[in-house]
Design a protein around this ligand. Structure first.
Ligand code: NIG
Ligand code: FE
Length: 389
């Protein structure tokens, strides 16, 4: 059995709260970590390290769990750079551009879509993302949603059926019929490739009744629930998600006190997507308010061609610290353990014996540098399932 020792780790972020200093980060200093069969097998002082077939010298650098990006839309064709430029010149973001991407995605071949998914998944991996959720939502026909998820499932087990992204143009004057399609043949074709169901619950997309109907039929088909909620304005999405036991409600930019209370009393994670506010030049969600209320917060990229075309979790960590008043420790936790909670996973987002050996060796002595040195490529090496990438 071949094993691998990562030696001379200056700072190990375990995310096991009682394992060391730094509160929830469970920081251990000057340790080694043994990887066996894709899992963490042992952590301890270097002098006690077992013999190993291979060794990586971390040279005193920081090591942390790989990032868990719990919200990304990678299956699409084309881009919307011109829409971004228009926004930066003053146009508002409305979500209306989604239909542009739907047109391009329907016209693309499987190979084109597959190439984009793989390119973006690899791009994210280079920036330390070892788990990445991938949504459909730019097909919006039975065949195009099914193939989007089939292609997503080739690179991730965390796949999400977002047939309810917007109402496609051909159903504009009969939204109830579209909801019937989503809950009927589209769900049936998508479910074999999906773990989750998601709805864009927003004025101009899906209202409370439609959202409830789609999430409920997704649940009946065995899918877990997540919601695009309260992104562009106040609305029912967050409370509906909590009521239906969603693993996560995402965006959470416009929250009432009742929304925050509902989240605080629930296991539902609030996933914040600061890349979207950055790229739409919108006010950021109030992370401090959520954290102070005791809500579990995750950070994710929302990688998509419209509102947030970044695959970089380090960028999101830096934004969360600078713009959302999260501490560097809170942001690193939210981008790793928080994302794992948002996907109801206990095998990733932590580094402890038995966990998946998904980790990042930084080109820096501390996790603090991720926010302190924004825009700098600090990911020296990534291990995914124990395999150096
Ligand atoms: O999460 N809000 C809905 N969906 C995406 C945006 C999609 C797009 O603009 O293409 C989001 O921001
Ligand atoms: Fe999104």
């Amino acid at each position: 059995m071949s094993n691998l020792l990562i030696d001379d780790i200056g700072e190990l972020v375990t995310n096991v709260a009682d394992a060391g200093e730094g509160g929830p980060l469970g920081i251990r200093r000057r340790v080694a970590l043994l990887v066996e069969e894709g899992r963490v097998a042992w952590i301890g002082p270097s002098r006690d390290a077992p013999a190993a077939d291979r060794r990586i010298d971390a040279g005193g650098a920081a090591v942390l769990p790989g990032f868990v990006d719990s919200h990304a839309h990678l299956v699409f064709a084309g881009d919307r750079a011109a829409e971004f430029a228009a926004r930066m010149a003053g146009e508002p973001y409305t979500g209306g551009g989604i239909r542009t991407t739907v047109g391009a995605t329907r016209a693309a071949s499987d190979e084109e879509l597959r190439a984009t998914v793989r390119r973006l998944r690899a791009e994210a991996m280079r920036q330390g993302t070892t788990t990445m959720e991938i949504k459909s939502g730019y097909g919006l026909t039975v065949a195009d949603e099914a193939r989007s998820l089939r292609i997503a499932a080739e690179v991730s087990t965390e796949t999400t059926f977002l047939g309810a992204h917007v109402i496609p143009a051909e159903y504009a004057d009969r939204p109830d019929d579209y909801v019937g399609l989503v809950c009927g043949p589209m769900l049936a074709a998508a479910a074999p490739y999906a773990r989750w169901v998601d709805v864009f619950c927003e004025r101009g997309a899906f209202d409370a009744d439609h959202t409830r109907a789609i999430l409920t039929c997704g649940q009946a088909a065995g899918l877990g629930v997540r919601v695009h909620a309260n992104q562009l304005g106040p609305g029912p999405g967050v409370r509906l998600g909590v009521e239906l036991g969603a693993a996560s409600v995402d965006h959470c930019t416009h929250l009432s006190d009742a929304d925050v209370d509902a989240l605080a009393g629930s296991p539902t994670v609030a996933t914040l997507l600061p890349g979207a506010e950055f790229s739409t030049r919108s006010p950021y969600p109030d992370a401090r308010r959520l954290l102070d209320a005791g809500v579990t917060v995750a950070l994710a990229t929302d990688c998509n061609p419209g509102s947030s075309y970044t695959s970089s979790m380090p960028f999101c960590v830096a934004l969360a610290v600078r713009e959302m008043r999260m501490t560097p420790a809170e942001a690193v936790w939210a981008a790793t353990a928080g994302g794992a909670r948002a996907l109801r996973r206990d095998d990733v987002g932590v580094l402890t014996p038995g966990a998946r050996a998904d980790l990042v060796i930084l080109e820096a002595p501390s996790h603090l540098h991720l926010a302190y040195r924004p825009g700098v490529p600090l990911i020296r090496q990534v291990l995914h399932n124990g395999v150096p990438q």
